[in-house]
Design a protein. Structure first.
Length: 102
């Protein structure tokens, strides 16, 4: 079956069964009552959703960073600590003799 024949059959079937103009009883009153019963959103309500999503993502990032720092801390104990290396780098000029500097 080609597209033109299918389109012609569908249009003919739609013309045999036109849509109804009948609307359910008091439909517009029910819709208007539903619209008027909804409270307008407040500023806090508009901010609540994004703030909760941001809080959850921050907790997830904090947990991931904590796990990463614990995992990397175990491997860092093998050599000299960062504090010892930092102290040696900072006090290196102080440890030199004045004569050696000239």
């Amino acid at each position: 079956m080609n597209d033109d024949e299918l389109r012609a059959r569908l249009i003919a079937a739609a013309r045999r069964h036109p849509p109804s103009d009948r609307v359910p009883y008091a439909f517009e009153k029910r819709i208007m009552r539903h619209i008027s019963s909804a409270a307008p959103p407040t500023l806090w309500a508009l901010w609540a959703g994004p703030l909760w999503r941001a809080a959850l993502s921050c907790i997830a990032i904090t947990l991931l960073c904590g796990v990463w720092s614990l995992a990397s801390h175990r491997h860092a104990d093998a050599g000299a600590g960062f504090s010892q290396e930092f102290e040696a780098a900072v006090f290196a000029p102080v440890n030199q003799h004045v004569e050696d500097a000239w």
